[in-house]
Structures are given as structure tokens and as C-alpha cells.
Design a protein around this ligand. Structure first.
Ligand code: HEC
Ligand code: HEC
Length: 210
């Protein structure tokens, strides 16, 4: 009986600390909002055009979240999906966004279905123009600021390349990273973009983050 009381006392003492700890590092409170579009395991949801986020680097996600919030991404009138995302996070504090980005980066990414067809041979050739920034295996490069491309769904990668080409993304004067990528997307025609995406997803070179 004494043992049980001691045990209960310890639990009661421990609760406030575990709660504090949980708030600080494990599950940010707005996670449910994100899951409603990006999927319970952050695997993405094609029906809602929401990309996979699981395993995306903290530095990249956080930069995008700030870009949306500060109107660097998701403000172009043609960018309906970017606007939806922007509105979803507009009232969330920077600290919470940072915590969300950290949390998401620790979730294991899942293999994505292939929905875009292309020529893998041409894709390999095109990918040689991507490696200097996105890494030899598409794993991303923090020093350059280029995100991981593997583990992402092909329809989202394609949609973003078209957004860059159209100037829906990467056109804002303060979007220094996006502008680099826009210049790259402009170099290739539609079929070549499909080819390179097919190469990235079919070969699935690496789903490890940096
Ligand atoms: C209403 C649906 C919706 C909600 C809620 C939502 N998102 Fe999104 N999110 C999207 C869509 C759609 C996109 C793609 C937008 C685009 O094309 O720019 C996106 C894009 C993103 C991106 C960019 C990914 C990349 O690879 O560039 C990040 C990061 C992100 N969301 C994080 C979050 C987080 C964190 C939350 C929760 C606080 C959240 N989202 C809530 C729909 C949503
Ligand atoms: C000069 C460096 C550079 C090269 C070369 C480059 N990229 Fe990028 N790419 C970037 C940067 C930086 C970003 C992040 C932009 C941002 O922060 O919005 C990016 C973003 C992207 C995105 C958006 C990913 C997401 O999750 O939203 C895609 C898709 C992409 N690149 C594909 C490619 C492909 C395919 C190639 C080769 C044809 C390529 N990139 C070549 C620097 C580069």
C-alpha cells in the first residue's frame, strides 16, 4: 500500500514536468490542423493537393512557413493552393512554426505512388543539372538551401516546377532561394520536367535527409 502511494505521488509529481517537456519538444498544439490537409502521418494528400511533409528538413520547412506567413510565397493571385496554405498558418507564431518544422522533420517519410510518366534516360540527363544544388541523390543541401526532392510525391514536384516557370513561385523580390530555382525551371520544357521527376521518383535514390 505504501509502495502504491509512493508510486501515485511520483506520478503526480512527474505530470507537470512531462507536460512541459511534451509542449516543448514533442507535439506542437497546431499539429492537428496540419494533419487535416497533409495527412495523419504527413504523407501528403493528393485530393487536397497537400504535399508530403514527413522527413522534410527543419530548415527548409521553417523557411517555407515563414515565406507563406510573410507573403513571399502564396500571394500571387494565380497561386490558389499557396494562398490556401498561407491562410492556414497566418496566425501561428514563429516559435510554433519552428516547433512544427522540427517535429515534422523527425517523422519517417513514406514511399509515394508514381503518377507521372516520363523517360528515365532523359530524366537522368536533366537531373545532372539539378545535382549541384539538390545533391547527387536528391537528398538536399542545407548550405545551398535546396530541399530534398526524394520522398516527395511526383505530382507536387511537377506542380512546383510549373509554378516556378509561370512565376507563381520564386518571383517575389525577397525570395532569394526561390529565384535561383525559377532560373533552373525555365531551362527545360514540360516533357523534360516530367522526365526528371520520373527519374527522381522511380529510382528513389535516397529518402534520407541530410
Ligand atoms: C487547408 C489545407 C492545409 C492546411 C490546414 C495546412 N497546409 Fe500546408 N500546404 C497545403 C497545400 C495545398 C500546400 C501546397 C501549396 C503550394 O503549392 O504552395 C502546402 C504546403 C506546405 C509546405 C511547403 C512544402 C514544400 O515542400 O515546399 C509546408 C512546409 C507546409 N505546407 C506545412 C504545413 C504546416 C506545418 C501546417 C499546419 C500548421 C499546414 N501546412 C497546414 C495545404 C494545407
Ligand atoms: C542553383 C541551385 C539549384 C539548381 C541547379 C536546382 N535547384 Fe531546385 N531548388 C533550389 C532551391 C534553393 C530551392 C528552394 C526554393 C525555395 O526556398 O522556395 C529549390 C526548390 C526546388 C523544388 C521545390 C521543392 C518543394 O518541396 O517545394 C523543386 C521541385 C526543385 N527545386 C526541382 C529541381 C530540379 C528538378 C532541378 C534540375 C532540373 C533543380 N531543382 C535544380 C536550387 C536549385
Amino acid at each position: 500500500m505504501i509502495r502504491l502511494r509512493v508510486f501515485i505521488a511520483i506520478i503526480f509529481l512527474a505530470i507537470p514536468y512531462t507536460k512541459l517537456f511534451a509542449d516543448a519538444v514533442s507535439e506542437p498544439s497546431s499539429i492537428i490542423l496540419c494533419q487535416s490537409c497533409h495527412g495523419y502521418q504527413f504523407q501528403g494528400n493528393k485530393d487536397l493537393n497537400a504535399p508530403a511533409l514527413a522527413g522534410l528538413s527543419q530548415w527548409y520547412s521553417y523557411r517555407q512557413l515563414l515565406n507563406y506567413k510573410n507573403g513571399i510565397r502564396g500571394t500571387n493571385p494565380e497561386d490558389i493552393l499557396g494562398q490556401t496554405m498561407r491562410l492556414s498558418i497566418l496566425n501561428i507564431s514563429d516559435a510554433e512554426l519552428n516547433a512544427l518544422a522540427a517535429y515534422i522533420s523527425k517523422i519517417a517519410s513514406q514511399k509515394q505512388e508514381i503518377s507521372i510518366k516520363g523517360d528515365v534516360g532523359t530524366g537522368k540527363f536533366v537531373f545532372e543539372h539539378c545535382m549541384s544544388c539538390h545533391g547527387e541523390f536528391g537528398e538536399g543541401d542545407k548550405t545551398i538551401g535546396a530541399p530534398r526532392l526524394t520522398g516527395q510525391s511526383d505530382w507536387y514536384l511537377y506542380q512546383q516546377l510549373i509554378n516556378f516557370q509561370k512565376g507563381i513561385r520564386g518571383q517575389h523580390p525577397n525570395d532569394l532561394y526561390g529565384r535561383q530555382m525559377k532560373d533552373m525551371a525555365d531551362m527545360f520544357n514540360d516533357q523534360m520536367l516530367k522526365d526528371v521527376i520520373n527519374y527522381i521518383t522511380v529510382t528513389n535514390m535516397s529518402i534520407n535527409d541530410d
